[in-house]
Design a protein around this ligand. Structure first.
Ligand code: COA
Ligand code: AMP
Length: 629
C-alpha cells in the first residue's frame, strides 16, 4: 500500500487502524477497543487495556533475544567518553533504580521530576518511573531554578532525580545549587532527592533529603514492571504557552506506545536492531519520543549524545558519530545544520567520514528553511525530510512517510498529514479555506493515540488553549496553508511562542520577567529572524517615569534577569529602551508589526494603530542593535 491507501484506510476505519497498530505492543490486558469518546471533546485511547511502558521498551526485547544488542550508546565528545549499554544491562539497571525508588515510597501515579543532562542515567530514571507507573516530568537542564520551581509546584513530585552537573562547552552547569534553589523557592517540597554524581563535579548532599544514586540502590530488590491502565499518564512535559506559566502536557501510556512504535518504521524507516539517533535533549519532546521511548519500544539502538554540532570538538562530530555507530536514521533541528554550515560550508569535515550506512536525515522543531535543506542534501547526498509536530502531539503531524512510500519533497513543506491527523486550514470563522490560502492550522478531533488528552491539573486551560476557538477541532497554534496536492506549509505561530535554536519559548514569559525589573514600566518581547537560531528574542523596555540611569545599565540588568529567572536557553541577549510601544486603539501591542520592521519586511499599516509615528521610533531603536536595516 502507498501513502494514500494507508491514509484512506485510517480515515475509513480509525478504530481498525489503531487496533491493528496496537498488536505490536505487549499488553497485560488487551484493550477492548481503541477510542473512548464518552467524554468528548476529551478523548481517550486504549483506556481499558493494561500495559507497562518499560516492559515494552526494555524487558520484552531481552525476552525476545535482543539482550546482547546495544540499547543505548552514550557518546559524549564533551567529556571524551563513550559507553554502550545493552538491553540486558539496561533492564538490570532500570529494575534496580526502580526497586530503590519503590523502597523509598514511589508508587504508581506518584510524580518524579528528573533534572539531568544527556547521560544514560537520565533515560534510566525515565524508564524506572515508567516501570513503577510513576509519572515523570523531565526538566531541561538549561532552565533556571525558578522554572524548575514552577514545575515542582505544578507537578508536586514526591522525588526529584538530578545529576550533580551538566556540561556546556567551556562551562560546568552546577545543577545542585539550581536544584536546592528551586526547592527553596517552591511551595511544594519533595520527600527526597536522588543525586547522580558526575566525575566533573561532586555535589554536597543534604542529610536526610538527598541520596547518592549508587548508595541508594545498594541491596534493594529490583522492581518488576507494574501494569497500568491505557490512559494512565506516562509523563508530564512542560512546554511554553502564551504566559509564563508552562503547560503540563500529559502523555497517555497506551497511545504513546502504539503511536511511537508505528512511527519508527512508517516514518523513520528503521527496523528493530537499526541505530537511530536524535540529536536533541531529553528535556524536550524530541528527546522523550526519539532519544528514549520510540527507538527502545521498537527495539532499536538509540544514541545519547552529549555535545553540540560544532565545537565539540568540531563541525565533523555529527558525521563521526554517524559513521562510528552506524546510524541509519538521523534526526535533529535545522539550527544544528545551520551551525555546521556556518563553520564548515564546504563540508571539509564530512570528507573524512563514510556515511554510506545512513539512510536519511529528518528535521523538526522549527521551520526548515530551504537553503539549509538543500545544503544538507547536496553535501551528504542523503534525502532530507522535514516533519512538523509539537510537544502536544509527541510525534509527527505532517511528514514524509518514508517507510510506506517516500513522497516527493517540496522544499519548505513538511509534506503531508500522517494517518490519525485530519489537518485543515481554517479562517477566523472556522471554515476551511481554499488550497493555497493562509489560515489557522487545526486538526479535526479526535487527535490520534498518544497525543495530549489534557493538561496536567488544568483541564480548563486545555479547553481554552486548544479546543474552544474552533469547536470540534484542536487548534495547533500554527498558521499556514495546504496546497492542491495536500502538502502542508507551516508559516508562523499564531500566539506568543517563539522558536530559538529549535527551543520553544514564550515571549509572554520573558515579558513577565522584564516587567519585574523595578525600572521597567512596560515591555514587549518579540522574536526576530536570526540566521543561525531561526528566531532570537528582542526586548523593548519603556522605563518608569523619573528613572534616569544609563540605558545600557538597565538593559544589561534585564538580560541578566531573564538568564537568572528563565535560564540561558532563553538566549535573551538583546534589549532596547523605547519611549512608547506601538499599540492598537484598544491597547493591544502590535508585536507582529514590530517583527516585520525588525526583519525588514514590508507590512500593512494596521488600520487600528493608535499612533503610526511610534513605528519610526521602533525602527530607530532596532537599528541601534543591528536590525531593521
Ligand atoms: N544546560 C545548560 N545550559 C544550556 C543547555 C543545557 N542543557 N543547553 C543550552 N544551554 C545554554 C547554552 O550554553 C547557551 O548559553 P550561553 O548563553 O552561555 O552561551 C544558551 O543556553 C543558549 O543555547 P543555544 O540557543 O542552544 O545556543 P548555543 O550557542 O549553545 O548553540 C546550536 C547553538 C545551534 C549549536 C545549538 O542550539 C544546537 O545544537 N541546537 C540543536 C537544536 C536542538 O537540539 N533542538 C532541540 C529540539 S529538536
Ligand atoms: P515544540 O513543542 O517545542 O516541538 O514546538 C512546536 C512548534 O515548533 C510547532 O507548533 C511549530 O511552531 C514549530 N515547528 C516544529 N516543527 C516544525 C516544522 N517542521 N516546520 C515548521 N515549524 C515547526
Amino acid at each position: 500500500m502507498g501513502y494514500q491507501e494507508v491514509y484512506d484506510s485510517w480515515k475509513a476505519d480509525p478504530e481498525g487502524f489503531w487496533m491493528q497498530a496496537a498488536e505490536a505492543i505487549d499488553w497485560d490486558r488487551k484493550p477492548s477497543k481503541a477510542l473512548f469518546d464518552d467524554n468528548a471533546p476529551l478523548y481517550e485511547w486504549f483506556k481499558d487495556g493494561m500495559v507497562n511502558t518499560c516492559w515494552n521498551a526494555v524487558d520484552r526485547h531481552v525476552e525476545g533475544g535482543r539482550g546482547a544488542q546495544a540499547a543505548l550508546i552514550h557518546d559524549s565528545p564533551i567529556t571524551g567518553t563513550k559507553h554502550v549499554i545493552t538491553y540486558a544491562e539496561l533492564k538490570d539497571r532500570v529494575a534496580s533504580l526502580a526497586g530503590a525508588l519503590r523502597a523509598k515510597g514511589i508508587d504508581k501515579g506518584d510524580r518524579v521530576i528528573i533534572y539531568m543532562p544527556m547521560v544514560p542515567e537520565a533515560l534510566e530514571a525515565m524508564l524506572a518511573c515508567a516501570r513503577l507507573g510513576a509519572i515523570h516530568s523531565v526538566v531541561f537542564g538549561g532552565f533556571a531554578a525558578n522554572e524548575l520551581a514552577v514545575r515542582i509546584d505544578d507537578a508536586k513530585p514526591k522525588a526529584i532525580i538530578a545529576a550533580s552537573c551538566g556540561l556546556e562547552p567551556g562551562r560546568v552547569v552546577h545543577y545542585k545549587p539550581l536544584l536546592d534553589g528551586a526547592i527553596e523557592l517552591a511551595k511544594h517540597k519533595p520527600d527526597f532527592c536522588v543525586l547522580f554524581q558526575r566525575e566533573q563535579e561532586v555535589a554536597a548532599l543534604i542529610d536526610g533529603r538527598d541520596y547518592d544514586w549508587h548508595a541508594f540502590q545498594a541491596g534493594v530488590e529490583p522492581a518488576e514492571c507494574v501494569p497500568v491502565e491505557g490512559d494512565h499518564p506516562a509523563y508530564i512535559l512542560y512546554t511554553s504557552g502564551t504566559t509564563g506559566a508552562p503547560k503540563g502536557v500529559v502523555r497517555p501510556t497506551g497511545g504513546h506506545l502504539v503511536a511511537l512504535n508505528w512511527t519508527m518504521k512508517n516514518i523513520y524507516n528503521v527496523d528493530p536492531g537499526d541505530v537511530f539517533w536524535a540529536a536533541s535533549d531529553v528535556g524536550w519532546v524530541v528527546g522523550h519520543s526519539y532519544i528514549c521511548y520510540g527507538p527502545l519500544i521498537h527495539g532499536n539502538t538509540t544514541i545519547v549524545f552529549e555535545g553540540k554540532p560544532i565545537g565539540t570538538p568540531d563541525a565533523g562530530t555529527f558525521w563521526r558519530i554517524i559513521e562510528e555507530h552506524k546510524v541509519k536514521t538521523f534526526f535533529t533541528a535545522p539550527t544544528a545544520f545551520r551551525a555546521v554550515k556556518r563553520e564548515d560550508p564546504k563540508g571539509e569535515f564530512l570528507k573524512k567520514y563514510d556515511l554510506s550506512g545512513l539512510g536519511a536525515i529528518y528535521l523538526a522543531g522549527e521551520r526548515a528553511d530551504p537553503d539549509t535543506i538543500e545544503w544538507t542534501r547536496e553535501l551528504t547526498g542523503k534525502p532530507v525530510y522535514d516533519h512538523w509536530w509539537q510537544t502536544e502531539t509527541g510525534y509527527t503531524i505532517a511528514g514524509n512517510p518514508v517507510g510506506i512510500e517516500p513522497l516527493p519533497v517540496k522544499l519548505g513543506s513538511p509534506t503531508v498529514a500522517m494517518p490519525g491527523y485530519d489537518v485543515q486550514i481554517l479562517d477566523d470563522a472556522g471554515h476551511e479555506v481554499a488550497p493555497g490560502e493562509l489560515g489557522a492550522i487545526a486538526i479535526k478531533l479526535p487527535l490520534p493515540p498518544g497525543t495530549l488528552p489534557t493538561l496536567w491539573n488544568a483541564e480548563e486551560r486545555f479547553r481554552k488553549s486548544y479546543l474552544n476557538t474552533f469547536p470540534g477541532y484542536y487548534e495547533t497554534g500554527d498558521a499556514g496553508m495546504k496546497d492542491e496536492d495536500g502538502y502542508l506549509w507551516i508559516m508562523a505561530r499564531t500566539d506568543d511562542v517563539i522558536n530559538v535554536a529549535g527551543h520553544r519559548l514564550s515571549t509572554g514569559g520573558m515579558e513577565e520577567v522584564l516587567a519585574s525589573h523595578p525600572d521597567v514600566a512596560e515591555c514587549a518581547v518579540i522574536g526576530v529572524s536570526d540566521q543561525l537560531k531561526g528566531q532570537m528574542p528582542v526586548g523593548f523596555l519603556c522605563l518608569t517615569s523619573g528613572v534616569n540611569r544609563p540605558h545600557d545599565e538597565i538593559t544589561s540588568e534585564c538580560v541578566k534577569l531573564v538568564r537568572e529567572k528563565i535560564g540561558p536557553v532563553a538566549a535573551f541577549k538583546l534589549a532596547v529602551v523605547v519611549d512608547r510601544l506601538p499599540k492598537t486603539r484598544s491597547g493591544k501591542i502590535l508585536r507582529g508589526t514590530m517583527v516585520s520592521i525588525a526583519d525588514g519586511k514590508e507590512f500593512k499599516m494596521p488600520a487600528t494603530i493608535d499612533d503610526p509615528a511610534i513605528l519610526d521610533e521602533i525602527r530607530e531603536a532596532l537599528q541601534t542593535i543591528g536590525y531593521a536595516k
